[in-house]
Design a protein around this ligand. Structure first.
Ligand SMILES: C[S@@+](CC[C@H](N)C(=O)[O-])C[C@H]1O[C@@H](n2cnc3c(N)ncnc32)[C@H](O)[C@@H]1O
Length: 269
């Protein structure tokens, strides 16, 4: 995987939070946090937390005395997350690579991660690190997208990109949908020592009012923007326009609803 695919930096966090958040991430975050409802967790870690969309839902589920550490590789993403919390909420923010966590052993009761692990080149190492910092019988709860076959909006965007760029197609949008094989995930987790691994596949809808906003999110809310900028012959605005027209043709001009499918994985250490 290219290094650039982890670079959620600069203007990307703002566009991610504004456009992609309501389209994809709030719905899944609410579900993920709901799975912690009975949690008596006192110490919670979130990895690859991004702009804090899931962090906000998760914190709302925890006891007020619980302590939450919100971490991400990119300080620019975390800066947005920080704005979602007040000082008295027992939340700290930490720039951290999920493959090399800067935390002591056996510290956390629960680790959560929404749609982050697919960006880490060494998944087994992420699971090893998660297990190292989890307390005995601690729980790892994370989500991954299902394949592009079941996520037609990004699949359509990839087809439009292939038409625009022909010989030099930006491939970022394959990365988030590349880690869905449940036997591979189970195997990677078992290598790191996890047991009691459960998979729950969920279906929902990506909802947006305006295809132009959806196109803005898809192009400028992720490192896809950086990949397009590397191709000097096509402007971001032109790509947004093309994708907006393509989305309109595929899913309608307003109040659009497109199926999404993802999997939540829960395991104990
Ligand atoms: C699609 S976003 C998900 C953000 C957030 N969890 C959410 O649901 O909105 C992926 C996140 O993974 C982060 N990321 C990428 N590589 C990482 C790594 N090696 N360690 C930690 N975070 C990483 C990115 O900075 C980005 O914030």
């Amino acid at each position: 995987m290219k290094d650039i695919y982890s670079a959620f930096t600069g203007s990307i966090p703002q566009n991610y939070d504004r456009y992609l958040g309501p389209m994809f991430f709030h719905l899944c975050a609410e579900d993920l946090a709901g799975r912690m409802v009975d949690s008596s967790a006192k110490q919670v870690l979130e990895i690859a937390a991004g702009t804090g969309i899931a962090s906000r839902y998760i914190r709302n589920q925890l006891h007020e005395n619980a302590h939450m550490t919100v971490s991400d590789l990119n300080a620019d993403m975390l800066a947005h997350a920080e704005q979602k919390f007040s000082a008295d909420e027992n939340v700290v923010f930490s720039v951290a690579d999920a493959m090399l966590l800067p935390f002591e052993n056996n510290q956390f009761d629960v680790i959560a991660c929404q749609f982050g692990i697919m960006f880490c080149p060494d998944k087994v190492q992420v699971f090893r690190e998660a297990r190292r910092v989890l307390a005995e019988k601690g729980r790892l709860l994370f989500s991954v997208w299902d394949s592009l076959q079941y996520n037609p909006l990004p699949h359509t965007v990839n087809k439009i990109l292939a038409d625009i760029f022909e010989d030099n197609v930006p491939a970022f949008l394959h990365a988030p949908f590349s880690y869905y094989d449940q036997s591979q995930i189970r195997n990677d987790m078992q290598q790191a020592g996890f047991t009691d691994i459960e998979f729950i596949t969920l279906n929902g809808e990506c909802v947006y009012a305006d295809p132009h906003h959806a196109a803005m999110g898809m192009v400028t809310g992720s490192p896809l923007m950086l990949e397009i900028e590397q191709r000097a012959d096509t402007s971001i605005d032109d790509v947004v326009e093309n994708i907006s027209s393509g989305l309109q043709a595929a899913f309608g001009a307003s109040d659009c609803r497109v199926p999404i499918r993802w999997t939540v994985i829960s395991a104990t250490s």
